[in-house]
Design a protein around this ligand. Sequence first.
Ligand code: SAM
Length: 262
Amino acid sequence: MLVRAKKSLGQNFLIDENILKEIVNLGNIDSKSQVIEIGPGTGNLTKEIVKKNPKDLILIEKDRFLIDKLNSQFSDKAKIINSDFLELKNHLNFNNTIIFGNLPYNVSTQILTKLINLNKTNNNFLKLILMFQKEVADRIIAKPNTNNYGRLSIISQWKLDIEKLKDINENCFRPKPKVKSTILIFKPKNNFFKIKNSKNLEHVTNIFFSLRRKMIKKPLSILFGNYDLVSKKLNLNINDRPQKLSPLKFYEICREYERSIN
Ligand code: SAM
């Protein structure tokens, strides 16, 4: 069956056999593994996953026109869910699961944010092996004092250790995308800074980085009536720009913010 790729669903299918194998090998899948694939598409990556014989495999694909094709290939080996991953309710069990996704570029950061928020001590995935548009991956792994550093870096690096595998050339996909891609591997940190609600971290970083050219005195004064006390307590230089602050400083600011609103 010939598949016409839908741009609106970010359908650029990975066709390079070596890279497909390399991605799946990163999972170290064995017969006890639980695996989820987000956006299996025409099943190119799925075929390689299935060869490793995982105990459970769940495929979540939004495009209902691809579901027949997936069913014809994998119905005896996988549970195939026709759903938008972003609309899926929280009852999906991620515990100890290896999650793969050659993500649709238009919603890749939303999917990552959802995975971060779903990751709890009692529902803790083993690792994420995800492909992003290179520019987005650069922002996810960026360090302070670089142009790419911002909200996405701070939120992604909060609960997860992130490693870059490599950049992938446009020619490895059909249809060929306009941009390069990057594979990232995420593993949950054993210890991470305790924040009550991740929405507060999203709010705090939003205030700082919507004023990214301003000195941090301005966002601090928006968040706190007593911003000079907070900046003293956290040892902040109010003349710095947001990009200079480490992720840890943002987590500390978030904790102060949570204290101030309770
Ligand atoms: N895994 C396949 C591969 O590597 O060739 C396809 C990758 S393609 C970049 C992204 C896939 O995600 C498409 O099949 C698309 O239909 C699906 N998709 C797009 N938005 C989605 C969503 N919100 N939830 C689940 N799947 C989605």
